[in-house]
Design a protein around this ligand. Structure first.
Ligand code: RB5
Length: 145
């Protein structure tokens, strides 16, 4: 399974710990975030991860900024992306099971790196429950502005 991961400057350390977890567990990682400490704007990273997931270049995405809010908003601008901002494991699991989330957003300034790894693990181990949830996710996909 291919995971695209993108982050701004706040998320470099968290990204590195998640990449270690992913590679140790057999995932292929596409790192499109910054690896530097200098301030880097999050919208482009969220956009790039979103595009990679939407066009099939990655199966799932992970995006990280200080709160996870800005980069999740950016990723969600890409049609077909369902980015979920999660601060703990239960919402990460439910984001996959109920919402078929295909991008996980994390806040590097809000949670510890180890907790982020547990959240990633919960997200990746869960599967979409289909059924009534599929109807609702399809309703979201059908929204046009
Ligand atoms: C950067 O200072 C910060 O604003 C950014 O990482 C993120 O939290 C935005 O939502």
């Amino acid at each position: 399974m291919k995971i695209a991961i993108g982050n701004d400057h706040t998320g470099v350390g968290m990204k590195n710990e998640i990449v270690t977890y992913l590679t140790n567990n057999g995932y292929e990682v596409i790192n499109i975030g910054t690896n530097e400490g200098q301030a880097a704007d999050y919208p482009d990273f969220g956009h790039q991860v979103g595009q990679m997931v939407a066009n099939g270049g990655a199966d799932l995405g992970i995006v990280i900024c200080g709160t996870g809010i800005g980069i999740s908003i950016a990723a969600n601008k890409v049609p077909g992306v369902r980015a979920a901002l999660c601060y703990e494991t239960t919402t990460a699991q439910l984001a996959r099971e109920h919402n078929n989330a295909n991008v996980l957003a994390l806040g590097a300034r809000l949670i510890a790196n180890q907790k982020a790894v547990w959240i990633v693990e919960a997200f990746l181990k869960a599967n979409f429950d289909e059924g009534r949830h599929a109807r609702r996710v399809n309703q979201i996909e059908d929204i046009t502005c």
